[in-house]
Design a protein around this ligand. Structure first.
Ligand SMILES: NC(=O)c1ccc[n+]([C@@H]2O[C@H](COP(=O)([O-])OP(=O)(O)OC[C@H]3O[C@@H](n4cnc5c(N)ncnc54)[C@H](OP(=O)(O)O)[C@@H]3O)[C@@H](O)[C@H]2O)c1
Length: 251
């Protein structure tokens, strides 16, 4: 981020999972476009470094240490944004985890973790933020995945959560459009981030590493640019879905 433009001046954004990868790049992009950005995640050191990076470039950042699977943290997170900046215009529901494994070998706790974070927490954050987003005629961006459109073997638990995000988002869009609240689902293919680091199933990990080695994967900044495109549209334009794959990725 080199300078701050005025495209999103006056807007307040909240990005979950902002401590790395897509969330971090999105926070930087939103701040560079002039939005004030609340950055939420569990790793305080990463948030501190990101806030410093945004502020050094002339942007405004608010650090919020939060586990979005905790109802109390979610309430406190949304309250903190509104207490500090008086409004909430853009919510980017990005926090997620991808614990790949074939269904037969899956750890139930991994499935539970993915459902609780990728789906339930996204729904809970949305509900907590909705009154403020309605008041601001705001925008909700839900980061799903190509795994929410194409169900590949070896990813059943993850796909279940991301198909869930797509279903939730479309139903939500139809509930809030009349209040001028926009809803966008982002469905990236393979992006080079820390996401794969948490995969413990050896075959799934090897398969993922092999796919990444064989292609020029997307960068977190590629996805941030897509999110910026969606939220930067005029108020009458509701970009509902962006599927974005590496050119090298077939499915
Ligand atoms: N990378 C890809 O290929 C890809 C493709 C399609 C979709 N996506 C989606 O993109 C999103 C971001 O992933 P990424 O690729 O950027 O991976 P990442 O670098 O691992 O980022 C995940 C983020 O989620 C946060 N997070 C995890 N658990 C959390 C919790 N309980 N409460 C709050 N924050 C939590 C992490 O922060 P803390 O650990 O500090 O809490 C981190 O900031 C995910 O929803 C993922 O499913 C990624």
């Amino acid at each position: 981020m080199t300078s701050v433009s005025s495209a999103l001046a006056g807007k307040v954004a909240l990005v979950t999972g902002a401590s790395s990868g897509i969330g971090e790049a999105t926070a930087v992009a939103l701040a560079a476009a002039g939005a004030k950005v609340a950055i939420a995640a569990r790793r305080a050191d990463r948030l501190e470094a990101l806030a410093a990076r945004i502020e050094e470039a002339g942007g405004a950042a608010l650090r919020i240490e939060a586990d979005v699977t905790s109802n109390d943290d979610v309430t406190a997170m949304v309250d903190k944004v509104v207490a500090e900046w008086g409004r909430l215009d853009i919510l980017v529901n990005n926090a997620g985890v991808m614990l790949l494994s074939p269904a037969a070998d899956a750890e139930l706790d991994d499935w539970r973790r993915m459902v609780e974070l990728n789906l339930l927490a996204l729904m809970g954050v949305t509900k907590a933020a909705l009154p403020h987003l309605r008041a601001a005629k705001g925008h909700i961006v839900n980061v799903s995945s190509i795994a929410g459109r194409v169900a590949n073997p070896g990813a059943s638990g993850y796909a279940a959560t991301k198909f869930g995000v797509v279903g939730f988002s479309e139903s939500l869009r139809r509930e809030v459009y009349a209040d001028k609240v926009r809803v966008t689902v982002i469905e990236p293919g393979l992006v080079r981030t820390e996401l794969g680091d948490h995969v413990t199933n050896p075959a799934a990990k090897a398969g993922l590493d092999q796919r990444l080695a064989a292609m020029e994967a997307l960068t977190a900044e590629d996805i941030a640019a897509a999110i910026l495109y969606a939220v930067g549209q005029p108020a009458h334009v509701n970009v509902n879905e962006i599927v974005i794959r590496p050119t090298d990725q077939e499915r």
